[in-house]
Ligand binder design. Structure first.
Ligand code: GLU
Length: 327
């Protein structure tokens, strides 16, 4: 079955999701990174970006928050773009760990394999793979420029968050050295860790995350700029990674309930991709025990039901015409 949705129905669904979730008080801010503990708990925003570039928003969608683990999505895409999807599969993997995002046990259990670029180990490994683009720029510029192109507007590090993470990332340091020991770091391990820490400290808005998600949904062409950011064949690859591990050890529960591939971060943001249809993002700082935003999950689950976005269902949504890449 095909269900046609338009700006009006998506806008109404966003408003209804917001009203449905705004009084939710569950969860608490991440406190293992001091900066995140102090972000206002009541911030809440939801954004959708359609294939024609229309951005629909409700709530605090222009507030800049720490992207955290959602940054693993663009860097995994960049690694696939610079090497190939098969090379990323070979060097890192694409399997769910079923364990927390920062699990050292997962590396040991997988026989030295970082499993997937969407957990800390795989993301640090992916950072070590990234190549500089252009002669004067470095790896870091490649990462920032790629996210900027996906989101359609500039992103910047939140310095205080970066300092806060760098001062406390002892577990991630262990992961980097363990991976080095197993030959899964493809450059200097402490540089890879720093790139990872910095990318987690990038500030983004829910509007930017929804646009980045829409670029993925639109086969690599950013619908707001018309520019091609990555090869179209990588969309199913990255969406499959999001579907398998986007919520860490709760990913199966999430997928069972919503059928919506998405990636969360401990900053409270979640980015969801409905391939060929739209990009969605929600943001609210308080998290559940696994590190996923309680309100953002609730809002996206509401939208998945309301707009019938479940990828495993028999209804396929269509919206406005996708934007084709500019020549
Ligand atoms: N920077 C965080 C960490 O590595 C990201 C975790 C997350 O968002 O899941 O611990």
């Amino acid at each position: 079955m095909i269900r046609k949705i338009d700006k009006t129905s998506v806008g109404e669904a966003l408003r209804a999701a917001y009203d449905h979730c705004k009084t939710e008080t569950g969860g608490k801010n991440a406190d293992y990174i001091p900066y995140l503990k102090n972000v206002a708990q009541n911030l809440f925003g939801i954004a959708a970006c359609l294939p024609d570039g229309t951005l629909l928003t409700v709530g605090d969608t222009e507030f800049r928050f720490g992207i955290e683990s959602v940054s693993k999505v663009p860097t995994a895409l960049l690694a696939m773009e610079q090497y190939s999807d098969h090379e990323v599969l070979r060097k890192i993997g694409a399997d769910a760990t079923g364990l927390p995002f920062n699990s050292i046990m997962a590396i040991l259990l997988e026989n030295d394999h970082p499993s997937t670029p969407l957990v800390n180990a795989g993301a640090i490994s992916a950072c070590s793979m990234i190549k500089p683009v252009g002669e004067s720029a470095g790896k870091w510029e490649s990462i920032v420029n790629f996210l900027t192109a996906l989101a359609g507007s500039p992103v910047e590090v939140i310095d205080e968050l970066y300092r806060s993470e760098s001062d406390t990332n002892f577990n991630n340091r262990s992961i980097a050295w363990l991976l080095k020991n197993y030959g899964r770091i493809y450059d200097d391990p402490m540089m890879a860790l720093d790139l990872y820490t910095r990318q987690c400290s990038l500030g983004v808005t829910a509007s930017q995350l929804a646009t980045a998600a829409a670029t993925i949904a639109n086969g690599g062409v950013n619908p707001t700029t018309g520019k091609r950011v990555f090869r179209a064949e990588l969309t199913p690859r990255i969406v499959s990674l999001m579907a398998t591990v986007g919520f860490y050890e709760h990913t199966g529960d999430w997928l069972f309930q919503t059928g919506l591939p998405a990636k969360s971060g401990v900053g409270g943001g979640i980015m969801a991709v409905v391939p060929g249809v739209m990009g969605l993002a929600a943001f609210a700082p308080p998290l559940d025990a696994a590190g996923n935003s309680v309100k953002a999950q609730k809002a996206l689950a509401f939208l998945a039901r309301q707009l019938e976005l479940n990828l495993f269902g028999t209804t396929r949504c269509t919206v406005a015409e996708p934007v084709a890449a500019k020549a």
